[in-house]
Design a protein. Structure first.
Length: 121
């Protein structure tokens, strides 16, 4: 049986940073934060929808924000040209990185709230 990305990432060279970033994102999402372990990524979501995925890359933690295209990127940390996902590189979980993650989680929450409200109309 193949190991999940979570099993690989949480036991590798960057395991401590990976787990700290994962735990911090879950705290920011709140009590209904859930995660799904797939072969290639670990996904974080709530009942409102998906927030992001996390994965260890060469020398950093990659956060793929599912609604990154719709986030006002006041930190200028997001990169990528996908239809909706934008990435964030995390080399250390310092204050500015924690502040940006809180902000991106909050922006995603607001997007999901508006998106889900419109679907109900």
């Amino acid at each position: 049986m193949k190991r999940t990305s979570y099993e690989k990432d949480s036991n590798g060279e960057y395991a401590e940073l990976f787990l700290n970033v994962r735990d911090f994102i879950k705290i920011c999402i709140g009590n209904d934060a859930k995660e799904k372990h797939c072969e290639n990524i670990t996904t974080l979501y709530s009942k409102e929808g998906g927030f992001c995925y996390i994965k260890v890359k060469e020398n950093y933690i990659h956060i793929g924000w599912f609604r990154g295209r719709y986030i006002n990127d006041k930190y200028n940390f997001l990169f990528g040209k996908g239809k909706t996902i934008r990435g964030q590189k995390v080399h250390k979980l310092d204050k500015i990185t924690r502040d940006s993650i809180k902000y991106y989680v909050n922006e995603t929450s607001m997007f999901l709230f508006r998106h889900n409200a419109l679907k109900k109309l």
